[in-house]
Design a protein around this ligand. Structure first.
Ligand SMILES: [Zn+2]
Length: 99
């Protein structure tokens, strides 16, 4: 890997981690947006959902299952591939507001 590519990689990972952490801080019961796949698939009561193996944030059951399989095969989905890392912060805010 080139040095420039390495730096871009580190930067993308750092900002993705920040986006996921910021989302985790405002995630509450009734937030149905799954930060990993981007679907409104998180159940009403947060604690009944899957807790990510990588970040302290709740994800939907399907993503929880996907993480488990990926861990088994050593093929983790990088945080920068998470839906919340790809969203503009304004969009994230809107998606977490209660209806
Ligand atoms: Zn999901």
């Amino acid at each position: 890997m080139e040095y420039k590519e390495f730096c871009d990689n580190v930067e993308a990972t750092t900002s993705a981690k920040k986006a996921v952490d910021e989302f985790a801080a405002i995630q509450a019961d009734g937030t149905h947006f799954c930060p990993r796949c981007g679907r409104m698939s998180v159940k009403d009561k947060l604690s009944t959902n899957a807790l990510s193996r990588h970040v302290h944030v709740y994800i939907c059951d399907e993503c929880g299952m996907d993480e488990a399989f990926r861990e088994l095969y050593g093929d983790d989905l990088p945080l920068r591939e998470w839906a919340v890392a790809k969203l503009h912060p304004v969009s994230t805010y809107r998606l977490t507001m209660k209806q």
